[in-house]
Structure formats: structure tokens, C-alpha cells
Design a protein around this ligand. Structure first.
Ligand code: R5P
Length: 327
């Protein structure tokens, strides 16, 4: 786009937004969020954005509903301030697990989020590893989905497979959904796969693992999932894998939501290393367990994508061929 670019950060993840801006060689735009005594928010854009190509970075993180409303007000303020084009950058998409009507009389909240973001003034959306691909189709504006896989592949190849022979590993998909979503992991890594047969009997965030499909005995099991919320899936999966004779258990997930007592449960589990992206700010206690958690920097991927969108270049060139088919 033949206009000046300017990147703003909402208050949800200033660390990631700052790293992205730095990689783009620019400073973050100035803005101010005021919270009044009645809990209403006001966003004031402190830089001129008239006729500019604007990006606003706001991930879904605690307090989730407040950061969401802040984003909507931010988008509205940018529109009133005459920005030429506004891209909402959502590293972790809000309400992404509410993506279908699988119970009577419930909302498809992820679609509602898409409606709200468009209505508030976004011209485009940039996000990462959606819980399910249909969310992209909830938008009637361009919505680009980045996949964190290349960054994870680099870590696996440069660290994990140097510590232990790659042939010792089996990829364990956290559930049937993960097996479908992450099938490019098998193509790229050329490793055997096992799938956790998981179901959720209710909304207590206590999943039940019925069986593991595939061979894990004597293997280093590397569990792959899109997000860690309560940690229940990983903890139950790890117990099951241990019982089935896996010799080591590791896990990788893009979005470290780590709600409630997730960190404590994971630290007490047999998972020796948990590799996560930085789409959501992690609590200080994650850094206290630096021996168990590895945080991968996804800011270079976001910065390259923002530059591509600004220049009008293809985003698929950011991914290896196996991933490109899904991006
Ligand atoms: C499945 O629904 C997702 O892919 C993740 O497995 C899930 O979001 C993890 O949630 P939790 O950590 O609460 O089990």
C-alpha cells in the first residue's frame, strides 16, 4: 500500500506488540486507554492516522471481555480518525472454541466476534492458528491466518532432535481435531503419529481420554495441540501416555492461555518440557519454571506478515510447502 504504515498496541500484550514494531523498524503509535469509575473505556489515538495503513495488535487474554471491548472501541476510534485501512491483528482469537452450535440454544460466539470486529471498523484481520478453520469464513472481510508451525519446526530440528534421535519420537495429537488440523506436522517432520481419543462429557474442563490410537511404548511422545487452557487435556494425556509406556513426554502448543491452576498442574505432571508460542502474555510463574516451559518468539512471523500485507505481497511465501497448502 502506497501509504504510511502505523502499528498500535492495545493493552493486552504490549510485549509482543513492541517486539513486532521493533522488527518492523518502527515505533508503536501512541494511544491512551482510560477506564472510568463506571467501568466504561475510552480509547484516544494520540498520533495522526489520517489516510494511513493502520495495524492494531490486541490478543485475547485476561481480562478477556475487557480487552475485546477495548479492541472494538480502538477500531471505532481509528475509523473516526480517518485511517485509510485498519487491520485488526489478533494473535489469539477471542472465543475461538465457541465455533459451532453443538448444543441447543447456544450462541456461535466466535462468529459473533467476527461480526463485532467488522462492525467496529476493521477492514482486514490477521490472526494465528485458529481453533477451527471455519472461523476464517465467519468474516466477510479478508482474514489471514498465520500458522506458527515453521517456528516450532525450527525448535524441534535445532534443539529437540539434536538432544535425542528424531527416530525416537512419535507425534501425539491432543485429540481428533488436532490430528486433522495439524496433519502437515506429519508431512513436514516425517514422524509416526498417535492420536488421543479425547472427549469432554460436560463443561467442567475435565476431559476424558478413552484410548491412544497408535504406538507410543518406548517412544518420546511429543503432544501437539493448538492451545493450553486449564491444562486438563495435557495432564490427562500425559498420564495416559505414561501408562502406555512412553519413555518421555513433551508437549507443544501455540497459545499458552494457562488459565486457573494450569501452570501448577502441568509442573506436577510427567510432562518434562512444554513448548509454547507467545501469542498470549504468560504469567510470571511460567518464567519461574524456565526448566519446564520454552517460549518461542512469534514476533518475526507477525512482523513479516504485516509487512507483506502493507506491501501487497503474498503471505503464503512465509511458509514451507507442507504448511503452505493449509495457510
Ligand atoms: C481442544 O479442544 C483444544 O485443541 C485443546 O486441547 C484445549 O483447548 C485445551 O484445553 P485444556 O487445556 O483446558 O484442556
Amino acid at each position: 500500500m502506497n501509504r504510511e504504515m502505523i502499528v498500535f498496541s492495545g493493552s493486552s500484550h504490549p510485549g509482543l506488540a513492541g517486539a513486532i514494531a521493533e522488527r518492523l523498524g518502527s515505533r508503536l503509535g501512541r494511544s491512551r486507554v482510560v477506564k472510568f469509575s463506571n467501568e466504561n473505556l475510552m480509547v484516544r489515538i494520540e498520533d495522526n492516522v489520517r489516510e494511513k495503513d493502520v495495524f492494531v495488535i490486541q490478543t485475547s487474554s485476561s481480562p478477556v471481555n475487557e480487552t475485546l471491548v477495548e479492541l472494538l472501541i480502538f477500531l471505532d476510534a481509528l475509523r473516526y480518525a480517518s485511517a485509510a485501512r485498519v487491520t485488526a491483528v489478533l494473535p489469539y482469537f477471542p472465543y475461538c472454541r465457541s465455533d459451532k452450535k453443538d448444543e441447543p440454544r447456544i450462541s456461535v460466539a466466535a462468529r459473533l466476534m467476527a461480526d463485532l470486529i467488522q462492525a467496529a471498523g476493521a477492514d482486514r484481520v490477521l490472526t494465528m492458528d485458529l481453533h477451527s478453520p471455519q472461523i476464517q469464513g465467519f468474516f466477510r472481510i479478508p482474514a489471514d491466518q498465520l500458522l506458527a508451525a515453521p517456528v516450532f519446526f525450527d525448535y524441534f530440528n535445532e534443539v529437540l532432535f539434536k538432544e535425542e534421535s528424531k527416530e525416537d519420537f512419535v507425534l501425539v495429537m491432543g485429540d481428533h481435531g488436532a490430528a486433522k488440523k495439524f496433519s502437515y506436522y506429519f508431512d513436514e517432520l516425517q514422524l509416526p503419529v498417535a492420536i488421543m481419543d479425547k472427549f469432554r462429557p460436560d463443561h467442567t474442563e475435565k476431559p476424558v481420554i478413552r484410548q491412544v490410537i497408535g504406538k507410543v511404548r518406548g517412544k518420546a511422545a511429543l503432544i501437539i495441540d493448538d492451545e493450553i487452557a486449564s491444562g486438563g487435556t495435557l495432564v490427562e494425556a500425559a498420564k495416559f501416555l505414561q501408562k502406555e509406556g512412553a519413555k518421555r513426554i513433551l508437549a507443544a502448543a501455540v497459545h499458552p492461555v494457562l488459565s486457573g491452576r494450569a501452570v501448577e498442574s502441568l509442573v506436577a505432571s510427567p510432562i518434562e518440557r512444554i513448548i509454547v508460542g507467545d501469542t498470549v502474555p504468560v504469567r510470571p510463574k511460567v518464567r519461574d519454571h524456565a526448566d519446564r516451559f520454552v517460549l518461542l518468539d512469534l514476533s518475526p512471523l507477525f512482523a513479516r506478515a504485516i509487512q507483506c500485507i502493507h506491501n501487497g505481497d503474498s503471505l503464503s511465501d512465509l511458509f514451507p510447502p507442507s504448511v503452505k497448502r493449509r495457510a
